[in-house]
Design a protein around this ligand. Structure first.
Ligand code: ATP
Length: 234
């Protein structure tokens, strides 16, 4: 497995948010993490990328124990996170946002990498010099994904990429995620839109109040009565 979590717990101060989380993501897999507001999805992604909160338990990535490593070391090993709410650098250009995403790469790699990202995300290519804060929500989401891809990640952590976007744009974001998977990127996807996430996922986990309560293939979870009632509104 590319990523393995063993008995991971996380807390904000005295508030325990994750309990005994054991999970794995294999190379090339697209795994969806589904759960309601406040269940701990974002926290789990943040514990994997190392941006906090403090956690206990074992996290192995590509053969390394990473639980105690600083976030930038984890980026260098191949973990890149696309945060909830995009968090693009609003006063910087599209080009500069992408270059910042490549902070771990040698300078000479950045030019070719930028062209690869623009080929993948043509809507951004036409807006290279535009300030990121002036882009539409959908364009900012594409930019946030492009910025993470600049790190050439082995594992992409996507937090609520469809949040607040119009239906057509949501469809484009999910197409991009499916394309990235086809191209071999390993993805851990957190989504409120459980239907769309499970439809493209190889496997999924359901998290409730900080505990993983179900694990199955995307197809099986879509058909699971408990999932349908709690997360698919069926
Ligand atoms: P959402 O979809 O609303 O983002 P989530 O499943 O991602 O939900 P988390 O954001 O991981 O949930 O939050 C899990 C719990 O941790 C919640 O009870 C939340 O209030 C708490 N929490 C989140 N961030 C902090 C923080 N910085 N300080 C203290 N508590 C926090």
């Amino acid at each position: 497995m590319l990523l393995e979590l063993d008995n991971v717990a996380g807390r904000y101060g005295r508030n325990a948010v994750l309990h005994g989380v054991s999970a794995a993501v294999g190379a090339g897999e697209l795994v969806a993490l589904v759960g309601s507001n406040g269940a701990g999805k974002t926290t789990l992604l943040r514990v994997i990328s190392g941006v906090g909160p403090a956690s206990t338990g074992r996290i192995r990535f590509a053969g390394h124990d990473i639980a105690r490593l600083a976030p930038d070391r984890r980026v260098r090993l191949g973990i890149a996170q696309v945060p909830e709410g995009r968090q693009v650098f609003a006063p910087q250009s599209v080009d500069d946002n992408l270059r910042l995403g490549g902070f771990t790469r040698p300078r000479r790699a950045l030019g070719p990498e930028l062209e690869r990202i623009y080929a993948l995300l043509p809507a951004l290519a036409a807006r290279r010099r535009q300030l990121a804060g002036t882009l539409s929500g959908g364009e900012q989401q594409m930019l946030a994904i492009g910025r993470a891809l600049m790190a050439a990640p082995k594992l992409l952590l996507l937090d609520e990429p469809s949040l607040g976007l119009a239906p057509l744009v949501v469809a484009a974001v999910f197409r991009l995620i499916a394309d990235l998977k086809r191209a071999g990127t390993t993805i851990l996807l957190v989504e409120q839109n459980a239907q769309a996430a499970l439809a493209i996922a190889d496997r999924g986990y359901v998290i409730e109040t900080g505990r993983l309560v179900l694990e199955d293939t995307g197809t099986a979870l879509l058909a699971n009565p408990r999932v349908r009632e709690a997360y698919l509104g069926v």
